[in-house]
Design a protein around this ligand. Structure first.
Ligand code: KIV
Length: 271
């Protein structure tokens, strides 16, 4: 008898149904096989292979340096681990802003070479042509508005966006535009909770918030931040669910102590 249990995979349609019945969507980032296995086994709905890999995996100050090849490497490692969640991959800076043909080629490479289920792109009206072309190829697109880290040198700071009416109005229009184009969801990053609530209620597709308050249809966090792997990063929007830096640091110190003391390996741990 087969013990193989069929797992019902999360699709973009299921996310839409979750919004309709008021069930919140839980999304986390992952960048490698081992972490993605834990995240998927825990029952997460959406796994984002974020370009935050540039920060937390590669140690860069911004998300700008990560390349398309590097994103594909991370995404294919994650896809190999996932049995249930929807895998969304960030199109990295420089892989879609040039023109819509280049954007389509970048999205196709991600889908073909990693096996992911969707891509995410930062921006609104200004990337509409690229979003349309990618959607026309049958590739689901998640939008990303508010604090878009690929534009950090335009913003100059990581503080809350769209506090002024002009920027808030552009964000409202961008959200409607992304929905009209056919995006299946939109990340809202670091904007006032009231604006995120208004946008979430004005569109039919689910919004996923990070630093955008409790009224978004789902939430996303960077896994390293919520597990406390990064010492010292404690923005107001972050809830830290573990202190893994301390746990891992303690385990490594114990290992070093045991090796130095000639306690490891013991007789029982050798052949
Ligand atoms: O790259 C990333 O991790 C992201 C999330 C913060 C939304 O875009």
């Amino acid at each position: 008898m087969s013990v193989h249990k069929e797992v019902k995979r999360i699709t973009t349609h299921i996310l839409q149904e979750m919004k309709q019945r008021g069930e919140k969507i839980a999304m986390l980032t992952a960048y490698d096989y081992s972490m993605a296995t834990i995240v998927d086994d825990a029952g997460i709905d959406v796994i984002l292979v974020g370009d935050s890999a540039s920060n937390v995996m590669a140690g860069h100050e911004t998300t700008l340096p990560i390349t398309l090849d590097q994103m594909i490497y991370h995404a294919s490692s994650v896809v190999r681990a996932i049995k249930r969640g929807l895998v969304v991959v960030d199109l990295p800076f420089g892989s879609y802003q040039g023109n819509s043909k280049e954007a389509l080629n970048s999205a196709i490479r991600i889908m073909k070479e990693s096996g992911a289920h969707a891509v995410k792109m930062e921006g609104g009206l200004e990337i509409a042509e690229s979003v349309s072309r990618i959607l026309a190829a049958g590739i689901p697109v998640m939008g990303h508005l508010g604090l878009t880290p690929q534009s950090i040198y335009k913003f100059g700071t990581y503080t809350v966006r769209a506090k002024e009416e002009a920027e808030a109005q552009k964000l409202r229009e961008d959200a409607l535009k992304l929905q009209e184009l056919g995006c299946f969801s939109i990340v809202l990053e670091k904007i006032p909770a009231k604006l995120a609530q208004e946008v979430s209620q004005s569109i039919a597709i689910p919004t996923i918030g990070i630093g955008a308050g409790q009224h978004c249809d789902g939430q996303v966090l960077v896994i390293h931040d919520m597990l406390g792997l990064n010492k010292g990063f404690r923005p107001r929007f972050l809830r830290q669910y573990a202190s893994l830096y301390d746990v891992m640091n303690g385990a490594i110190q114990n290992y070093i102590k045991d090796v130095k003391a000639k306690d490891f390996p013991s007789e029982k741990e050798q052949y």
